[in-house]
Design a protein around this ligand. Structure first.
Ligand code: FAD
Ligand code: UDP
Length: 363
């Protein structure tokens, strides 16, 4: 009998398992996929770390989380500065003076602010959805060229049906600063994310290719407590209905080129192009290899049984999640944590923070 059975080897499970072992507890980890790491897993090809489940840039303002991850792996000084491609016109992201200058030929922050103020007058009162929120932040031109098409293909619905918070993730700045994030600390693990996961899981017994929900009654007997990081609705056999997720499809190509697009992330913001972004992986680690790998990221409708990438946090799903969460509270000796079990649009640092808080309560 183990002290803990950790279901899922993503960041939540790996951090929790590490802390448990550090505190003298025995841990068994089960992972459905054939590798550890969840969505931060990378595959090395020609010396380049391929982010298999989409581009991952570590950024945080939590000093404790930054110090925590740096114990396990050193981070480089990569700063994410994606470029938006709208019908062949290139704009810097996030929305900043470089974007405004290219778009309107304005020179000063005041001129840019005036343009946006003029355009946002179409929105009265508090923004009720993503479209209203976006227009009120950056005006109609940017909304039309850089937000509407990208967002509607990303989420598969109209911007008026999406919650405003999604767009608030992006900074809007009246300075010439292309840093995509406002956080104090940022970088990519030198040598890739697998180094971080492998260090966290050192000494932990992991069984791959096992879905806990296929035989939960038996697996449950293996440990005094379970830490579950899979989808919360799957845990309860969808008994209250299914939560919705957004899916993704990745298409990776090896190119006999030194440098394909000159930036790690290029967003394709027009609706007609079916992918949202092209990632050129080598630029995350300033690679100088003679070849390069690019990945096109296609948003997709999600069907049961497929990898669930994003929770769709609209009112309907949120209400259903609350019902599952109430049931989860009544499960004795089971901890639910992470992006899928909490049905939250969590970044990596939030997941680590929440796993650390959870571990602190436990030990
Ligand atoms: P996961 O990584 O999903 O791990 C859960 C694990 O549990 C998986 O390995 C899964 O296979 C396993 N599992 C599930 N169910 C079962 C079961 N029944 N039995 C056994 N195993 C099971 N965050 C950032 O900070 N910066 C970024 O740039 C960034 N980019 C992202 C890009 C994309 C495309 C996506 C999808 C996410 C991105 N994120 C980013 C978020 C980041 O991936 C997550 O915050 C983090 O990986 C979540 O960790 P987790 O442990 O909660 O979940
Ligand atoms: N977004 C956009 N245009 C862009 C980039 C992002 O409209 O070029 C919007 C889109 O709605 C997206 C949200 O901003 O879902 C958050 O973007 P972020 O890059 O944080 O998304 P993630 O990396 O989590 O997919």
């Amino acid at each position: 009998m183990y002290d803990y059975l950790v279901v899922g080897s993503g960041l939540f499970g790996a951090v929790f398992a590490h802390e448990a072992r550090k505190n003298g507890k025995s841990v068994l980890m089960l992972e459905r996929r054939n590798h550890v790491g969840g969505n931060i897993y990378c595959e090395e090809l020609d010396g380049i770390n391929i982010h298999k489940y989409g581009a991952h840039i570590f950024h945080t303002s939590y000093k404790d989380v930054w110090e925590y991850v740096n114990q396990f792996v050193e981070f480089n000084n990569y700063v994410n500065s994606p470029v938006a491609n709208y019908k062949g016109e290139l704009y810097n992201l996030p929305f900043n003076m470089n974007t405004f200058t290219k778009l309107w030929g304005v020179v000063t922050p005041q001129e840019a602010a005036n343009r946006i103020a003029q355009q946002r007058t179409v929105i009265q009162g508090t923004p009720q959805n993503l479209e209203e929120q976006a227009i009120s932040l950056v005006g109609t031109d940017i909304y039309t060229k850089l937000i509407k098409g990208y967002t509607e293909k990303q989420w598969g619905c109209s911007c008026t049906e999406l919650p405003a918070f999604i767009i608030k993730r992006l900074p809007v700045r009246y300075t010439f600063d292309n840093n995509y994030f406002n956080d104090k600390y940022q970088g990519i693990p030198i040598g890739g994310y697998n180094k971080l996961i492998d260090a966290l899981l050192e000494g932990i017994e992991v069984r791959l290719g096992i879905d806990y929900n296929d035989n939960s009654a038996e697996y449950r007997k293996l440990a005094a407590k379970v830490v579950y990081t899979g989808p919360i609705d799957a845990y309860f056999a969808y008994s209250l209905g299914r939560l919705e997720y957004r899916g993704l499809r990745f298409e990776t190509e090896r190119l006999e080129e030194l440098n394909h697009q000159g930036v790690a992330v290029m967003n394709y913001t027009q609706r007609e192009i079916p992918y949202t972004r092209i990632i050129e992986h080598k630029h995350f680690e300033f690679g100088t290899q003679p070849v390069t790998y690019i990945t096109k990221e296609y948003p997709a409708d999600w069907h049961p049984g497929e990898e669930a990438y994003y929770p769709v946090n609209n009112d309907k799903n949120q209400q259903l999640y609350e019902k599952y969460a109430a049931r989860a509270k009544q499960e004795s000796n089971v901890i639910f944590g992470g992006r899928l079990a909490e049905y939250k649009y969590y970044d990596m640092d939030d997941v680590i923070k929440s796993a650390l808080i959870c571990a602190e309560k436990e030990f």
